[in-house]
Design a protein around this ligand. Structure first.
Ligand SMILES: [Zn+2]
Length: 85
């Protein structure tokens, strides 16, 4: 009679599961800086020159004038530099 051979204990298998990570935070919704419509009315888009070709973001609800008003890359246009075509 063979005594029961002691079976080697199964080593705990390394878990194939990926280490649990905290879920990635959702990207925060973009908060668009807005201008008071009354202020925007006074703003002449021609008074600023955009040097960065600031285009609208896909979700940007603002008008071109409003973006220009808020754009910090846009330079105040010198009146004599405005070329009307
Ligand atoms: Zn700009």
């Amino acid at each position: 009679m063979n005594p029961d051979r002691p079976t080697p204990r199964d080593k705990p298998k390394p878990s194939r599961d990926k280490p649990s990570r905290p879920p990635e935070p959702k990207p925060a919704a973009i908060v668009w800086q807005r201008v008071e419509p009354a202020v925007l009315k006074q703003f002449d888009p021609a008074s600023k020159v955009c040097t960065m070709n600031c285009g609208p973001h896909r979700d940007d609800p603002r008008s071109e004038a409003e973006r220009k008003y808020l754009c910090e890359d846009c330079l105040p246009a010198k009146n004599d530099a405005i070329i009307s075509t």
